[in-house]
Ligand binder design. Structure first.
Ligand SMILES: Nc1nc2c(ncn2[C@@H]2O[C@H](COP(=O)(O)OP(=O)(O)OP(=O)(O)O)[C@@H](O)[C@H]2O)c(=O)[nH]1
Ligand SMILES: [Mg+2]
Length: 318
């Protein structure tokens, strides 16, 4: 597709699920090509139907292997799938990331599967704008299931909760992940807990510990949080996991929870855009305008304080 293809034509192709057109748009959005955001704006109105499933958990617990299995299972049911894998730029696992790509390659010839790996991150540790753009595009393409993989425990993992309808927390036994250490956020955000690598014998203890911990903090949204055992390598437990994901979707759809989650997701994306825009505006000002350069000087010279300076800047831009 040529760069000057009319917006309406690009929109139409993407709505029809055209992978090339979608990949091209996402590239153009990243490069800030004029016209690309006009397409995205049109697509936004046509998105909001796909089931976004966040997959989070500590590095190496098997999230990508599991995602690969879920793609396989969804395709067997004839469903169209998107996968967004966010590579945390902070942790070093080049091998694993490369592994993801190779493993997922087997779906690359399938026109109903669209996989994107994103390295980018929001500058405050959240999900970057391109993650939300990618989900919107996949949704508009008609992907019924969109898997969003993010690595991390604690804060990093928590971010995905605001960007998905269903959150899977993937853990594995023997990773030093005793329940106490997981408490920071992880025990609150999951809808489904997956204990992966259960080909190993020591997974019963982790399952038991998790169930106890989850029982202690019951939620009030009508969903009984589950702990499931899988072995992504052999494919064991994947069908049960697919069923649980679908059940969660049905429970959400049967109440106002789906709308609530969708609203929270829209808010997360909106805030990320706003924050990024404001940060950009501020660093532009600080790097260029005399008044603000002087302010930086005054800060360093202790002639003013950051609290007053921040107030002044905020008043100026809003
Ligand atoms: N034995 C066993 N190994 C597994 C299983 N699932 C994944 N692995 C292996 O564990 C390693 C990490 O798997 P990944 O799927 O890359 O894990 P990840 O959570 O995506 O890792 P990051 O994206 O780096 O956080 C790989 O060597 C996998 O082959 C499993 O169920 N059993
Ligand atoms: Mg991975």
């Amino acid at each position: 597709m040529k760069r000057n293809t009319p917006v309406a034509v690009v929109v139409k192709r993407i709505l029809a699920g055209d992978i090339q057109a979608a990949a091209r748009l996402l590239r153009d959005l990243d490069d800030g090509v004029p016209g690309a955001s006009a397409v995205l704006k049109k697509l936004y109105a046509r998105s909001g139907r796909g089931h976004v499933v966040g997959i989070t958990g500590p590095p190496g617990s098997g999230k990508s292997t599991l995602a690969d299995r879920l793609v396989e299972a969804a395709r067997k049911e004839g469903r169209s799938v998107g996968v967004v894998a966010v590579d945390p730029s902070s942790h070093i696992s080049g091998g694993a990331v490369l592994g993801d790509r190779i493993r997922m390659q087997r779906h690359a010839v399938d026109r109903k599967v669209f996989i994107r790996s994103l390295a980018a991150r929001g500058s405050l540790g959240g999900l970057s704008r391109s993650v939300f753009d990618t989900v919107t595009v996949m949704d508009a393409m008609g992907k019924e299931l969109i898997l969003l993989e993010t690595a991390g425990v604690g804060q990093d993992g928590v971010k995905v909760a605001g960007a998905a309808h269903t959150v899977l927390v993937v853990l594995a036994p023997g990773m030093g992940d005793d329940i106490q250490a997981l408490k920071a956020g992880v025990l609150e955000i999951g809808d489904i807990y997956v204990v992966n690598k259960c080909g190993r014998e020591d997974c019963a203890e982790l399952v038991r510990g998790l169930r106890l911990a989850l029982d202690a903090g019951k939620r009030e949204d009508g969903w009984e949080r589950q702990v499931l055992k899988t072995d992504a390598l052999s494919g064991r437990g994947i069908n049960e996991l697919m069923d649980a994901i679908e059940r969660h979707r049905q429970v959400l759809c049967g109440s106002r929870a789906w709308a609530h989650r969708s609203q929270a997701m829209a808010k997360t994306a909106f805030l990320e855009l706003l924050e990024a825009g404001i940060r950009e505006l501020i660093s532009e000002k600080l790097g260029r305008e005399k008044t603000w350069l002087k302010l930086l000087d005054d800060l360093a010279g202790r002639r003013t304080d950051p609290y007053s300076a921040a107030r002044r800047m905020l008043r100026d831009i809003i």
